[in-house]
Write a protein that binds this ligand. Sequence first.
Ligand SMILES: C[S@@+](CC[C@H](N)C(=O)[O-])C[C@H]1O[C@@H](n2cnc3c(N)ncnc32)[C@H](O)[C@@H]1O
Length: 307
Amino acid sequence: MSLESFNIGYRSAETYETMLPPHFYGGVEDVDIVAGIMRDVYGPHVPGAAGLRILDLGCGPGRVTEVLAPYASDLHGTDKSEGMVRQFAATFPGAKATVGDTESVVAALLGSGHAGTYDVVGSFWSMSYPLLECFEETGADGVFVVGERDAGVQRAERIVDGLTRLLGENGNLVMMFFDASSAEQQLVTSLWERVAPFPGTGRDYTWRLLEEGLQGAERKGRGSLTTSRLSGVAVAADAAAARDWFLIGHLNSFPDLINDPEVVAEIDEFAARHTGADGRVFIPSGVHVVHFRAGKGPADHLPSAAE
Ligand SMILES: C[S@@+](CC[C@H](N)C(=O)[O-])C[C@H]1O[C@@H](n2cnc3c(N)ncnc32)[C@H](O)[C@@H]1O
């Protein structure tokens, strides 16, 4: 693959949707986990009863937005990739669709009177990118450190702080964030480390920044944070699909990696170890599910009073 194909899995919605294997956690697909949270908080969706202001940051083609949209009277999807936003806009013609990186989008929304205005802010498998970009930028020709580490930490903290400031009264921030400790991500990490080390504590650094930032917001009395780490599986149809998922989805078609026979051999060996009798590849996956409820405090965790 060539320089032009760098990051094609995220520039092209079609490539993304073709290569993305379904992810299941405890028998539930990732999208349905989000649907379940929406049901728990707002009840089953009643047609015509939509009324929430919903923002999906890093929305991609709108794969997860599908389960948020029925609840929305005001839907806004944002993504850095023009190709993704084009697909999002085609799927949700009534929604606002913005091309922009999450750091700038959050700052622009806060700067234009949108603090405290969203009922739901979602970000699914997308928040690690803007947080990592506070420390480094990756292009087809390499990974480049941007600025001092402390400045990067401040930028990341501002993003996370902004997420909770966008929430209105009783608003909900719902996220899915990759778990760096899964076998899948350990392989991805070791492959990327051939190019450059990760900042801070390593590949889990962006998760730590997010979690610490949201814990800080809880300490300030802005809301209540619940996180759970779920173990699961990404199911690739066969070894070739597993290879594509790693090369395009995880290694972003980065030429020096995907054209390296040792890298491809490591991926193929990993896939072979996780191949079932039917030829499908069961890639061990992990996800952090994040739910920050604005305005909730310690007393909200008491059981409901008995009748
Ligand atoms: C793994 S996809 C997830 C898409 C969608 N939320 C889903 O669950 O299918 C990650 C998305 O993040 C977007 N992205 C990457 N860096 C970004 C950034 N700095 N700001 C906004 N979006 C970004 C990519 O374009 C891509 O659409």
